[in-house]
Design a protein around this ligand. Sequence first.
Ligand SMILES: *Cc1c(COP(=O)(O)O)cnc(C)c1O
Length: 567
Amino acid sequence: MNTNHPPSDVRIPSSLESHMQRPYERVVTELAAAFPRPVSDRMHDAYFVFSFLRTLDQVDELKSARPLLGEPVDVEYGPAQSSRVEDEPQAPEDVTRQLVDYLRGMFILGHPQTQINVGPSPTIPSIIGGLLPSIYNPNLVSDESSRRVATAEVEAVSMTADLLGYDAEKAGGVFTFGGTGTLLYAAKIGLEKAFPGTRKKGISTPGVIVCSDQAHYACLTIANWLGLGEENVIRVATSEDNEIKLDKFEARLREVIESGRRIACLIATTGTTDAFGLDDLEGMCRIRDRLVDEYAMDYRPHLHADAVIGWAWSVFRDYDFDQNPPGFRHRTVRALAGTNRRIRHLPLADSTGIDFHKTGFTPYVSSAVVVKDRKDLGLIARDEESMPYLFQSGHYHPGKFTLETTRSGKGPMAALANLRLFGKKGLRCLLGHLVSMAEELREHLEGQAATTVLNGRNFGPVTLFRVYPDGIDTFTMPEAERRDANLRDQLRNHNEYNRRIFDLVQQDALKGEGVLLSLTDCFRMTDYGEPVVALKSYIMSPSSREEHTDAVLQSLRKARRIIDRES
Ligand SMILES: *Cc1c(COP(=O)(O)O)cnc(C)c1O
């Protein structure tokens, strides 16, 4: 390194300083100190690192035993809205100090007393994976501007494709702006299969997207943005396990085909957002293929797996459940096998959506859409002649088919970091641990007369449950109030009861005594069209222990006592 140093007189600061006369030059010199040095400068590196260290120190001062940074804050938009750009520059130290303030009140996602959602705490290597491109700005639009970072994307995609069970030599993929982006790519490819030439001529006849009624609302977003229209999203009913009902799926497909409409995309949600329900992808694929033959269709509807949450369980595809080398408890093994039963069919999907920033423990945004056959990416290229995947000749130009022009290297670098950090074994142990903790919680919740687990047959790190007042038979009530319209008032009262429990548990958690949970306004609709409110525990912290599941129980008990006293 040191031998490559340019002579010191080309160093930017000294050359500027020596000619410094005009006022603007002084300003530029000062601002130049706020940039990383383009040539090796250990003193300045020390300043850079120290600035970062100080920032981390300032954030550290916000930490306590509680699962949030600083105090709970009321978010105010008034002052934000009146904010204006000032005339004078500010010192970098002042600016970063101010930035730290914006973290006040943030929940600490990696805290074991945080069980809110599928948002993880990123690992240190993945944070650094995101940081390096922040310094050097590789642009994944093409390998001219991203150089070897382009290979990080190809590597992360190939590793993931193989993990899912695709033939990695044939598969391809690209990182994009979130799980919603992965769905958009899938539907765009599917649209081109159903209506060839759409990219040039646009859509002239109605096309539909078919998914379950538990699919993410991003399915509506993409229908809206692609010009298909939200009304052309067909949401098929699900079973109580939150899986698409195959008979209904088939019936809806027949209706669509017989009415002369075409199918832009079939979406299997493999890992629903709230409940971790898993659609039967194998069944959906079988039905699609049968109908293609039966109706002699001139295209094969694109089948996409929205596995942004469930993908990580692919590490159990070749797991030895009998030997169970890591020594998971029986209940955990059963839960992991229950998930594997569906996830191992991901290679049947024509494409799969992955969120590394959910169950892959990277910073936002790190999402990839992986296609079984990379030729499919050619379908969406702007220029029909362009071959988007010509690595061999050294031309990699994803900008020819990606929606984005500039794409950051952060997503792939962060994903790559964690795929290497964890390996299959590490990810198995990590997911197994989270599932064990969730199972532990379930065991307790099931053992209490006042609580009922609602997604008992979905085996992920998320538990949806409802709490009932004394005197309610929780063996029969949850089922009865879901089916019987005469119980509408009761159901609503119980919804209110659970909201109240949530508020009390939240208060406890903010004091550092309980656990941060979340509330789902609509776990499912009742048979008579009323939303069922549920409490949600999403365990994502590797530091979760039994004491934290105990804390959930204690906090619930306390909340019930307070409500008892109030009434
Ligand atoms: C989170 C989620 C999405 C949206 O992903 P983002 O990364 O938040 O854009 C889509 N589908 C499912 C099933 C999800 O859980």
